[in-house]
Design a protein around this ligand. Structure first.
Ligand code: AMP
Ligand code: MG
Length: 424
């Protein structure tokens, strides 16, 4: 099997995984549900925004020429002929020597060409004293200054953030076409694995992977479909995978059963029921990672160790989900940091070490979260990022610079410990 399936680099494996996915078909969803999705249609403006030229300030709509030379010592006196609130229009025109009291957002009335803000005025019954001259257009927002009727505002492929949701609403789109969310089937394997509410028995451990992976699916915009646990038995695993496929899946995830042990049945089932593309990646944790297809559905066989399952998901399942959502960018943000620990190893794999970051004088420092075993889930719980140790770096002294792939960015930025120069 080894010769048939050479061990791949992270990049080779990712390229082969990604080649199996395309953006999913569009669906029409309510505007709020477009958040985090990718537009599958071009959105044009059906009208100007703002629709009418209006005032940016509370004040008086005037003819700028009337205010020439106004000062606190020599105010210009104008007669107030109308009061205009936002949301209303008027035919009353500002004529020489008059002004209309006007509230922010209200359309500029006919005849007026500027607005004097309240701060530069004083009302005196039906009259207003203007203390400061304004030029034409002062405090006036032009119709269409934000969005022009007919313009392409949000092109196909736009990732929807809250501001795009607001723009869709402003343009009157109650719904929009976005790429469908991928359904991700999740099946744990292992005779030793039990559900969290099952009574514990010697030799058993609780299923962590299905839940950490399902949470990752949700975080990156997919819909997890939890299929429970399959015993290390080819017949049972085959049946559970078939039943899972019946429920509809764009990506099938298994955990466990992909290394060299006697009961590593995922590879066997993948080879028998479908086709296996590769099953090892030159990385740690996460080396025993299988990928292939079963009945045209891509299947990622994640390793069983809880840290490996999560990191392999981040590196391979996450980009696949993002691509299916229509996204074109899936690199995790990285920062450069100085190692606070010395790293020695000799396996020529790319290591992803769990680290906490500290910031001192604008520089990041990465501290290992403790035991880096691939079964130490607490190393993920404590981590803000994964320090990437390149394949050829078998010894890195403390102080060496490494790239840290941020697990939580930007949400956990505030969690980065800040220290003064003399501390630590
Ligand atoms: P495997 O890849 O099946 O040999 O599993 C490697 C290690 O991960 C073993 O110690 C398993 O008990 C553990 N493991 C496998 N599946 C899970 C799971 N769903 N949750 C927690 N640990 C698991
Ligand atoms: Mg197993």
């Amino acid at each position: 099997m080894s010769e048939l399936y050479p061990i791949l680099t992270v990049e080779e494996a990712l390229a082969r995984v990604l080649a199996a996915f395309q953006p999913l078909e569009p669906e029409r969803v309510p505007v709020l549900e477009t958040l985090g999705r990718v537009l599958a249609e071009d959105i044009y403006a059906d009208m100007d925004i703002p629709p009418l030229t209006n005032t940016a300030m509370d004040g008086y709509a005037v003819r700028a020429a009337d205010t020439a030379g106004a000062s606190p010592e020599h105010p210009v006196r104008l007669r107030i002929i109308y009061d205009l609130a936002a949301g209303y229009t008027t035919d009353v025109a500002v004529t020489p020597g008059t002004a209309i009291r006007i509230m922010t957002g209200a359309p500029i009335p006919p005849g007026a060409d500027a607005v004097v803000q309240f701060e530069d005025t004083e009302q005196d019954g039906d009259w207003v004293n203007i203390f400061k001259g304004v030029s034409v257009g002062k405090n006036v927002r032009q119709a269409g200054e934000d969005v022009q009727k007919g313009a392409l505002i949000l092109p196909k492929g736009t990732e929807i953030r809250p501001q795009e949701v607001g723009m869709l609403a402003a343009l009157g789109h109650k719904e929009a076409w976005v790429h469908r969310r991928p359904r991700v089937a999740i099946l744990a394997t292992g005779d030793e694995v039990i559900e969290m509410d099952a009574p514990w028995q010697p030799g058993k451990i609780r299923n962590a992977n299905s839940y950490s992976n399902a949470a990752q699916v949700v975080r990156y915009g997919g819909v997890p479909v939890l299929l429970g646990i399959a015993r290390d038995d080819v017949t049972e695993l085959t049946a559970k995978i078939r039943a899972g496929l019946e429920q509809g899946a764009d990506l099938f995830l298994t955990s466990g059963g992909v290394s060299m042990g006697d009961f590593d049945v995922v590879k066997k089932v993948l080879a028998a029921e479908g086709e296996m593309a590769f099953w090892r990646v030159r990385m740690k944790p996460g080396k025993p990672l299988a990928f292939g297809h079963i009945r045209d559905v891509p299947l990622l066989g994640l390793p069983g160790n809880p840290v490996s399952a999560m990191i392999a998901f981040e590196l391979f399942a996450r980009p696949a989900i993002l691509k299916m959502l229509g996204k074109t960018y899936w690199d995790k943000p990285t920062v450069e940091a100085k190692l606070l620990d010395e790293i020695t190893r000799k396996d020529n794999r790319r290591h992803f070490l769990r680290v906490m970051l500290e910031e001192r004088d604008g520089e990041y420092f990465a501290r290992l979260t403790g035991d880096q075993g691939s079964g130490i889930l607490l190393s993920m719980v404590k981590a803000q990022g994964l320090a990437i140790i390149p394949e050829n770096a078998n010894h890195l002294p403390a102080g060496a610079r490494v790239q840290v792939m941020m697990l939580d960015w930007p949400e956990r930025c505030t969690g980065i410990k800040k220290q003064g120069a003399n501390e630590g």
